[in-house]
Ligand binder design. Structure first.
Ligand code: PMP
Length: 444
């Protein structure tokens, strides 16, 4: 494959963009390819190379790169009316009504411009509502590039995970292991009266994929109720992907107090949202006193793209299609690993999949069953990663420098970072899955 144009673009980019990119996960060794066009489930780079795409914009692109006609038409129509106004529009109300009708916990919501903004607002709202400062987060969880959650460490002390964040900010955050109810109960016993909220992804989507064990969310719900803390589900990745239009909370049967959304709810345009019980969300300004604002929030083009994306999903077999292909991919890769790399693990659910290159720390022998729901009756239950630490031992070097490159050379675009999830879109076909499995077989 020739990558000359991408290399030249990267050289130019390095002079004017730090690291040559506008989001750090887009960097890859030795340099990223620059995309010129999207075509169904494929992207085409600046040198004309075509790749079957499983990055899908890191999650927002439920339909791949060609939007269904009604979505495309709504975007064009709103864009040609003028980009935005700084005054409310009907389409914001339409999308808000759609979301509140489908997502169990959301009675009212505020749209913002990114998942990061959504979690910033959720944390501020939870602190204001409870009058408490501390936030419990999961080790290996990700909630965007924000000060309160970029932390590492454990229950005995968090520290910022990036320079530039004052140590004192991290004092209010308590990282705990995902799925470890005993540790979390101990944290509540010690700090419960100071805990504003537990903020968690329903399943870890930025650290491989780690599914909740049976009863984990129920325990979080009970602890939050007992101590008067809020439960916040960060559904930026899982929202309108896992569990269909009801999101992961409907799949897991747990109603959080607040929910953050992003990615799919904006149909491929910049978006975030924080929603939940009206009695809590109403505290946001201007009705309440918890400050929140944004020039571009509820942008009409984004709202139209999001609304038509979700309407189309409600009326077509979108989730059946992507989930079935996800299942086929996980099952197929599981079989290939059995033969070629039995120490690696296939994780994911629905339309999300990833192969974790771990040889240790998985808590047992054997492999995770494809699409396993952490059921204790699963013969490979012990082998499923349970915490962020279980996947932290993954061979990141082997993934990025060897496997990811090998797949790219075979025309398959996976996430370059070992821990980022991969997504199937409505544009993928069974033939694409077969081609992908052939590439896995070959590359592994
Ligand atoms: N929360 C989760 C669970 C995410 O996966 C992400 C981004 N991948 C964010 C928040 C941040 O969203 P954004 O990149 O839109 O700011």
């Amino acid at each position: 494959m020739n990558h000359e144009n991408s290399r030249e673009l990267y050289d130019r980019a390095l002079s004017v963009l730090p690291g040559g990119v506008n989001s750090s996960v887009r960097a890859s060794m030795p340099y990223p390819f620059f995309v010129e066009d999207g075509d169904g489930a494929h992207v085409v780079d600046a040198d004309g190379n075509r790749y079957l795409d499983y990055v899908m914009g890191y999650g927002p692109l439920l339909y791949g790169h060609d939007l269904p006609d009604p979505v495309e038409a709504a975007i064009q129509s709103h864009a040609s009316a003028g980009p935005m106004y700084g005054a409310p529009t009907e389409v914001e109300v339409d999308l808000a009504e759609f979301v509140t009708r489908h997502v169990p916990s959301v009675e009212m919501l505020r749209f913002v411009n990114s998942g990061t903004e959504a979690t910033v607002s959720a944390v501020r709202l939870a602190r204001a509502y409870t009058g408490r400062d501390k936030i419990v987060v999961m080790q290996g969880g990700y909630h965007g590039a924000q000060e309160s959650t970029l932390v590492e460490g454990g229950p005995d002390g968090a520290r910022p995970s990036s320079p530039g964040i004052p140590e004192s900010f991290a004092e209010h955050t308590i990282p705990v292991p995902f799925n470890d109810t005993d540790t979390i109960a101990d944290v509540f016993a010690e700090h419960g009266d100071d805990i504003a909220a537990v903020l968690t992804e329903p399943m870890l989507g930025n650290m491989g994929v780690v599914m909740p064990v049976d009863g984990f969310h129920e325990s979080l719900r009970d602890l939050c109720d007992e101590y008067g803390s809020l439960l916040i589900f960060d559904e930026v990745i899982t929202g309108f992907r896992v569990g269909g239009l009801g999101c992961a909370q409907s799949e897991f049967g747990i109603t959080p107090d607040l929910t953050t959304l992003g990615k799919i709810v904006g149909g491929g345009f910049p978006v975030g949202a924080v929603g939940g019980r009206a009695e809590i969300v109403e505290h946001l300004t201007p009705g309440g006193d918890v400050f929140q604002s944004g020039t571009f929030s509820g942008h009409p083009v984004t709202m139209a793209a999001g609304l038509e994306t979700l309407r189309y999903a409600a009326e077509n077999d979108v989730y059946d299609h992507v989930n079935a292909l996800g299942e086929q991919l996980r099952a197929g890769i599981t079989d290939i690993l059995e033969e070629r790399a039995p120490e690696y693990t296939v994780v994911g659910t629905g339309s999300i999949f990833k192969t974790i290159f771990t040889r240790e720390g998985r808590g047992g022998e054997g492999r995770c069953e494809a699409g396993c729901r952490q059921r204790e009756d699963c013969p490979n239950y012990d082998a499923c990663p349970k915490t962020g630490a279980d996947v932290a031992a993954a061979e990141t070097n082997r993934w990025e420098r060897v496997f990811w490159q090998e797949m790219k050379d075979r025309g398959i675009f996976l996430t370059a970072n070992q821990f980022e999830a991969q997504f199937v879109s409505y544009a993928h076909t069974e033939a694409d899955v077969q081609r992908t499995l052939d590439a896995y077989q070959d590359a592994l």
